[in-house]
Design a protein around this ligand. Structure first.
Ligand SMILES: Nc1nc2c(ncn2[C@@H]2O[C@H](COP(=O)(O)OP(=O)(O)OP(=O)(O)O)[C@@H](O)[C@H]2O)c(=O)[nH]1
Ligand SMILES: [Mg+2]
Length: 351
């Protein structure tokens, strides 16, 4: 299936229906009171997060979403019917921006969440509304207001707690297959994974986190080399990165080379990504040269990133301790986040 994570769409909300000019008529009633009803509200264009969707593919060929206008008001105080909404279904984790202003219009994070992305126009008031003691038979009604119309940029950013990044062939897909139920394609050539995979990982007492396997990065990814860095947006919202290194390929002369290469690409994509908590993991230590070279890397790794975690995604050696560690880091970050929020709340309460 194709994975589409950005697209544009034009949205046009419905115009409000016009109000009606009408007067009550009946046998023996010569000049009845005004009874023109209001026009109906124009339909909205609504974006809705659908938990079943994983890509924006459905929107790829849809250029426009148009809601219907409100119906006109009628006599006998009948209000016009509201226009039908036009609903755009998007995956959870979708950001919607106005192309013209760049403003964020919606950030849909939970299944079923809805946001009006173009509001329908209000219906015009009918002449009954304008009747007063000084003007008992108004001969006018309001037209409906026009509906909003704009061009939207729709961007999907998968919502994962943890992102697995690294060079092609590091074993990222093998690792996600070892810790979750997803079964991505695994092969000994680079760029096996072409789109991100998401998996759910349990780590005891009913707790779980979502992990994303991101297609391999190479030097110059920010300039479009390899698959480029376009999938990095999907780790922007993760809280922890697992930086996976193929230990058997470590350069003995400069054991940090691969690690630095990827970090540079992260930094160039977005400095915030460069600062994200990172767990450095050497994979393939079931291979004798992997185990030896992992030791070289462990010695050179800057203090802040120690200790180096050594695993074999293939034999699952060291994989469970890694899952536990990631779980603790997430728990700690969550607690930290709550503490920060509490502190901010307390400060607001007692400035
Ligand atoms: N010996 C050994 N081989 C491994 C290990 N983990 C992965 N491999 C092999 O390494 C190759 C690449 O694994 P993948 O999981 O496809 O690597 P990837 O990082 O997802 O690669 P891309 O999707 O191309 O970026 C495959 O042939 C795997 O079988 C390991 O722990 N030990
Ligand atoms: Mg892969």
């Amino acid at each position: 299936m194709k994975f589409i994570d950005e697209t544009k769409i034009r949205v046009v909300a419905g115009n409000g229906g016009p109000g009606c000019v009408s007067f009550y008529r009946a046998k023996f009633v010569r000049r009845g009171p005004p009874d023109g009803g209001n026009g109906g509200h124009g339909g909205d264009v609504v974006a809705e997060a659908d938990g079943q969707l994983t890509t924006l593919l459905d929107l790829r060929y849809r250029k426009e979403c148009k809601a219907s206008p409100g119906k006109r008001g009628a006599d006998a105080d009948c209000n016009g019917r509201r226009g039908d909404d036009c609903v755009i279904r998007v995956p959870v984790g979708t950001l919607i921006r106005d192309v013209a202003t760049g403003d964020l219009v919606a950030d849909l994070k939970t299944p079923g969440e809805r946001a009006v992305v173009a509001a329908g126009g209000r219906g015009g008031k009918g002449n009954a509304h304008f009747a007063s003691s000084t003007n008992r038979s108004p001969h006018f009604a309001q037209p409906g207001e026009p509906g909003e119309e704009r061009e939207l940029e729709i961007e999907l950013r998968l919502l994962a707690d943890v992102g697995i990044i690294g060079l092609p062939n590091a074993g990222k897909s093998t690792l996600i297959a070892a810790i979750s139920a997803v079964r991505p394609k695994i092969a000994d050539y680079p760029f096996t994974t072409l789109v991100p995979n998401l998996g759910v990982v349990g780590y005891g007492e009913g707790k779980s986190f979502v992990v994303a396997d991101i297609p391999g990065l190479i030097e110059g990814a920010h300039q479009g080399h390899g698959l480029g860095d376009k999938f990095l947006r999907h780790v922007m919202r993760t809280r922890v990165l697992i930086h996976l290194i193929d230990a058997s390929q470590i350069d003995e002369a400069d054991p940090l080379r691969e690690w630095k290469t990827i970090n540079r690409e992260l930094e160039l994509f977005d400095p915030e990504l460069g600062d994200k908590p990172q767990i450095v993991v050497a994979n393939k230590v079931d291979l004798p040269e992997g185990r030896e070279k992992a030791k070289l890397l462990a010695k050179k790794l800057p203090m802040a990133f120690r200790p180096l975690h050594v695993i074999s995604a293939a034999t699952t050696e060291g994989v469970q301790p890694l899952v536990q560690l990631v779980g603790w880091r997430l728990d700690a970050l969550r607690q930290q986040g709550e503490l920060d929020r509490d502190a901010a709340g307390a400060q607001e309460a007692n400035p």
